[in-house]
Design a binder for this molecule. Sequence first.
Ligand code: ADP
Ligand code: GLC
Length: 487
Amino acid sequence: MIEVLSVTSELFPLIKTGGLADVAGALPGALAPEGVHVRTLVPGYPAVRSALEKPRIVARIDDLMGGPAVLLAAGKVAGSLDLIVIDAPHLYDRPGNPYLAPDGSDWPDNTERFAALSLVAAMIGQGLVAGYRVDVVHGHDWQAGLAPAYLALSGKPRPASVMTVHNIAFQGQAPATMLDALRLPAHSFDVNGVEYYGGIGALKAGLHYADRITTVSPTYAEEILTPDFGMGLDGLLRARRADLVGIVNGIDDAVWNPATDRSLAATYDARTLERRAKNRLAVQKRMGIDADPDAPLFCAVTRLTWQKGMDLLFEALPQLVEMGGQFVLLGAGDPALESGFTAATVHHAGRVGCIMGYDEPLSHLLQGGCDAILIPSRFEPCGLTQLYGLRYGCVPVVARTGGLADTVIDANDAALADGVGTGVQLSPVNVDSLVSAIARTVRLHRDRDTFRALQQRGMSREVSWKRPAHRYAALYADAIRAARKAG
Ligand code: ADP
Ligand code: GLC
């Protein structure tokens, strides 16, 4: 049995801002049949502490980076996830979004909050919790980036370390003056260490010190080696190319199953697609648009940011409506986009509907009732909403980048003739090709048999965690070998 400590700042179903939570929440269960036992280290946000079943105190840290004493509580949530929670109210006892203060700005002490998470991970990796031997510390994104650094810099025997990049745009940069406060030795402030553009880079440190690096799709693994996508880290990644792999995410097929999903107005499977009509009606009602039974109904479920290309979608809206389509948006983020889309619901009354905010059950209903989901991302490490779309018969219309390119097969004429297309791809990512992709989807939708076959093919695709989990298990074994060699 390989013992993995997964280190994450988000965890479905407790705390989520995006796909990282889904991945961290589903991977442990998928790894169990692979002979890998995962415990997950998470900050003790209120939502985490209140969900912990029968917590046991497993360690006490008297001086965590100069702060008050901190307790570690172990327990299960949702019957299956095995957690270690850092009970440090001065860092984590803040409700709501894990990164943002109520006014929408980053918490000023995010550097310390997640350095603490990383330091505790390293301490547990090196024997802090009695009776718990760790083989691999697996950090997710910049929030866990310093964990491999603390391990490597400790000078003591250590477990293997793996760093997964879910999004290279967030790097966790801190001023050099914080070196001491973060308990990093002076000699680590080096290009071959934690130093990054004159400061301390948490993600950079992780990518430098980890035994193995993964990202969430093979195409993104290639893309981040280039200046266009590497966001300053491409040079380091090119140097570590041999230790970098792309493993495409799966989805939790128990949480995302249209045959049993309680958030739907009607459950269905690939043979009973006509039952989706009820969900469609529920979507139209909820979103305040016409109960049109025939219009191609598009949706987007997304953070409203530059990454997701929602500005392009906003510009394409008039043409989508002109082609007879309807569009509904569930999203939150950029205030300018929020007000733009809200105005569009008035301008295109009956055809465009929006709900600004975060609503997990509604995101399921949209996948279960809409004809297609639009994902014109400028970059997309993996993307999960296209996988949910495939599983729910909500045809993904995606930018040809990152994980979107790896998981959706473009239904061009040749693919249709061979019976292999599962969605529509667009490239380059701009308004014109988005409009063409929408037009192509509208045409496909008009031919009911073709469209139904497209939906059914998507639904039959293997998008579970089974294959990816197998690859992670092999990667852990490889990282353990690498660490032994290095140590
Ligand atoms: P990212 O992590 O970059 O935001 P992903 O596609 O990997 O993109 O994951 C996004 C996750 O967040 C999906 O589970 C998606 O359904 C969910 N999501 C995004 N926006 C919303 C929203 N406004 N309401 C509910 N769920 C959302
Ligand atoms: C990030 C990426 C997204 C990916 C998710 C989970 O948030 O933006 O593409 O699916 O992490 O790996």
